[in-house]
Design a binder for this molecule. Structure first.
Ligand code: NCD
Length: 303
């Protein structure tokens, strides 16, 4: 039995197979409409979510399965003091697979070690968010036709953004990737990631101004400043509008530079950018459903 805690849990070859399956699902969803008949997904969300939870639920419903779960720790027995390891033992009796989001880094890993069903990390604190990365990679592969040889700008909260950490990890295995990290000094990528990039001789630079690098990017991954991970509100208020991607900045970008964002967006992308054909963050959401369908089928060994 396999779990998914980190995008690196799958080899590049396994990811390729997963993305091929997701692409086939996109082409012919009917073929998969009953593959999970009789199966149940539990969504255990101890932290807010719109996309990730509903995307998992949609994925399971599209596969003909059903869904149980909670979307708020306050409505679960966590509020009575139940541990994650006890909760997952209970969920294992009800469901065939579980997607878990938790504010504590490593909580889904603890759950996986006590579970008799596959557990998917749907985001753990500021650590990892592997299914968002699968979504991002499928979007890039589908719209660019490749997962190598590009310059990607990653902009915003690179310190606390778990989607950033997972994406950098995952992309570091492909060839010809150049990272351009764009953040204020206080929100630079964590030291362990910088060291990993150095160790693997990967190309990266760190800059503060988006305008200075915009013209060389093939992809720009914007992120929100992660308010909930700040220790004080003043720092958040000072940094929250540090970057605002608008039409003027888009004018500096390559004609085929794709703009991605895991969402939710706050102010970091002005709504005037939404109608630009290079803005693909809402398309990304649709790819998220296909890739989660492929993931559920793979972890349930139904392919
Ligand atoms: C992200 C997350 O939860 O980390 N959202 C998502 O799942 N798409 C990004 C964010 O909250 O900023």
């Amino acid at each position: 039995m396999r779990h998914l805690m980190n995008p690196m849990d799958f080899s590049v070859e396994e990811l390729d197979k997963l993305f091929d399956l997701a692409a086939d699902i996109e082409r012919d969803p009917e073929k998969y409409a009953h593959r999970c008949a009789g199966k149940k997904l539990a969504t255990c969300f101890y932290e807010p979510s719109t996309r990730t939870r509903l995307s998992f639920e949609t994925a399971m419903l599209n596969l003909g399965g059903s869904v149980i779960g909670f979307s708020d720790a306050g409505s679960s027995s966590a509020s009575k003091g139940e541990s994650v390891s006890d909760t997952i033992r209970v969920i294992s009796c009800f469901a065939d697979i579980c997607a878990m989001r938790h504010p504590k880094e490593g909580a889904p890993m603890v759950a996986a070690s006590h579970s008799s069903i596959p557990v998917i990390n749907a985001g753990d604190g500021g650590h990892q968010h592997p299914t968002q990365t699968l979504t991002d990679l499928l979007t890039i592969r589908s719209l660019k036709g490749r997962l190598n040889d590009f310059t990607i700008g990653i902009c915003g909260d690179l310190k606390f953004g778990r989607t950033v950490h997972s994406l950098v990890n995952a992309l570091s295995r492909y060839t010809g990737i150049k990272f351009v990290f764009i953040s204020p000094e206080e929100l630079r990528i964590p030291g362990y990631l910088r060291e990993k990039l150095w160790e693997n001789a990967l190309s990266f630079e760190e800059v503060i101004r988006l305008e200075d690098v915009m013209s060389k990017l093939d992809l720009l991954y914007m992120t929100r400043v992660q308010r909930e991970r700040f220790f004080n509100e003043e720092d958040y208020v000072r940094l929250k509008d540090f970057y605002i991607l608008n039409k003027a900045k888009m004018a500096l970008a390559k004609p085929d530079c794709l703009i991605l964002h895991p969402l939710p967006r706050v102010n970091e992308i002005s709504v005037e950018v939404d109608s630009d054909p290079r803005a693909v963050y809402f398309k990304q959401v649709q790819y998220g459903v296909y890739v989660r369908m492929a993931l559920i089928l793979t972890l349930l060994e139904l392919v």
